[in-house]
Design a protein around this ligand. Structure first.
Ligand code: SF4
Length: 194
């Protein structure tokens, strides 16, 4: 059985995969009820195409940059807009932008960002019908580019998370809370979270 037949027909915005990995409840609340109001930093873009291009070029990443590019994975049933894709001589690069992170943080508390990048990478490959050359996270705080290997293990992990999310959505049952209690302190949903 291939992935497409294993996964249900529910379609999920990729941004909710990141939320599900951060706290499954947040993804559930956003899918079925209300989205938290945007913060000031969400309302105003933190960078321009020129700014991003300067950072990428300083790492010798050339090619045409397409900002906020829509991507979709039929096999996973997920969709979204990746911060940028770069196409250089038929080579595809995926770029997600974060205000601040690091390689060590991505492996631990920032792992949800890694899963988000994985989902965008898979969706971009299916949208452009070509494999990705490389996937990057651009760290605005330091003008740094982190290269992230999207290998078979994290792809498999992502597929399992999407399956789990769809199960909760289809059954309309509340998923578990995050085990990291400190995340509740600043959560928009904390008053309603049972
Ligand atoms: S209050 Fe805590 S458990 Fe509930 S949605 Fe927010 S982060 Fe998750």
């Amino acid at each position: 059985m291939n992935i497409a037949t294993q996964l249900s027909s529910v379609k999920i915005p990729i941004v909710l995969i990141k939320e599900f990995a951060y706290c499954p409840r947040i993804a559930f609340y956003k899918y079925f009820t209300v989205w938290e109001p945007p913060t000031e930093s969400m309302k105003f873009p933190q960078y321009t195409k020129l700014h991003l291009a300067r950072i990428l070029r300083s790492y010798a990443i050339e090619g045409d940059i397409y900002m906020e590019h829509p991507v979709r994975s039929k096999s996973l049933g997920v969709y979204g807009k990746v911060d940028a894709v770069v196409i250089d001589n038929n080579k595809l690069y995926i770029v997600e932008v974060k205000l601040d992170t690091s390689k060590s943080r991505l492996k631990k508390r920032g792992f949800h960002h890694l899963l988000q990048l994985t989902a965008y990478t898979i969706a971009a490959e299916e949208t452009f019908h070509m494999p990705t050359e490389k996937s990057f996270i651009v760290v605005l705080a330091r003008g740094e580019v982190l290269e992230v290997k999207i290998g078979p293990n994290i792809r498999k992990m992502l597929t399992n998370i999407v399956k789990e999310m769809k199960k909760y959505i289809e059954q309309q049952t509340l998923p578990p809370k995050t085990p990291i209690k400190s995340r509740c302190n600043s959560c928009f949903y904390r008053k309603a979270c049972m």
